[in-house]
Design a protein around this ligand. Sequence first.
Ligand SMILES: Cc1cc2nc3c(=O)[nH]c(=O)nc-3n(C[C@H](O)[C@H](O)[C@H](O)COP(=O)(O)OP(=O)(O)OC[C@H]3O[C@@H](n4cnc5c(N)ncnc54)[C@H](O)[C@@H]3O)c2cc1C
Ligand code: FES
Length: 219
Amino acid sequence: MRRERLRVVGVEAVGPYTLLRVGRGGLDPGAPGQFFMLEAPGRLLPRPMSLCLAPPGELGFLVDPIGPGTRALCALGPGEELAVLGPLGNGFRLDVQRPLLVGGGIGVAPFPYLSEVLRRPPALLGFRTPAHAEAAALVANAEVVLEPEYVTQRLEPGRDVLACGPEPMLEAVRALAPAAQLAWEAPMACGYGACYGCAVELGGTWKRLCVEGPVLRAA
Ligand SMILES: Cc1cc2nc3c(=O)[nH]c(=O)nc-3n(C[C@H](O)[C@H](O)[C@H](O)COP(=O)(O)OP(=O)(O)OC[C@H]3O[C@@H](n4cnc5c(N)ncnc54)[C@H](O)[C@@H]3O)c2cc1C
Ligand code: FES
């Protein structure tokens, strides 16, 4: 992991989300499911973002503007700089036989990169509205599920599920697929294990989601 100031090379709207592309500098893209801490100029704390795309020389992040930190990232323009720290966290295990990517909303963010690395497995992606579902175009072999239907209604047995999305979706996947790999979220202040802001209690021990996660075995 290292921290660098990187330059924005592209900003694109993807439905209500923003695809922020930055020059990679000397940063390693890491493994799918790992994340970076992105700090927009003038903001006190950086924000965790999954790596979405890793074309040569670039890092791409899909950002949902839900609050001040994410809105500041979405407001950046080409040529502006931001501080980026990473790659962080554990990422998905890639030794899977019959992968199925299962995502909901902005939880699809790590899947474009994951899909390329796993050679384009099928993906089941759930969204609230057709506008949000525009993000599915970033993921190969994606089947879109719109509310009121849920992705868990279409889960096939016998698949190695890799999932990322809102907590109720992850809990529903966990109940159906105990061997699934689930990427969780928690508010994160440091991103590298120092502050314990992201700690969750699991089986009587505390795990820092930024170090032992964000990907955890469902069981
Ligand atoms: C490992 C990891 C990877 C992530 N990847 C992405 C990504 O690729 N794209 C993306 O858009 N977002 C991602 N997020 C979520 C993103 O970091 C938060 O939405 C962001 O930090 C919110 O900051 P803010 O200042 O905009 O909003 P805030 O003002 O901090 O929060 C706005 C609202 O969202 C809630 N909230 C904030 N952070 C979280 C969180 N992590 N989990 C649940 N609720 C939260 C707050 O309680 C508040 O209600 C990721 C989070 C983690 C932990
Ligand atoms: S965010 Fe600081 S320990 Fe995880």
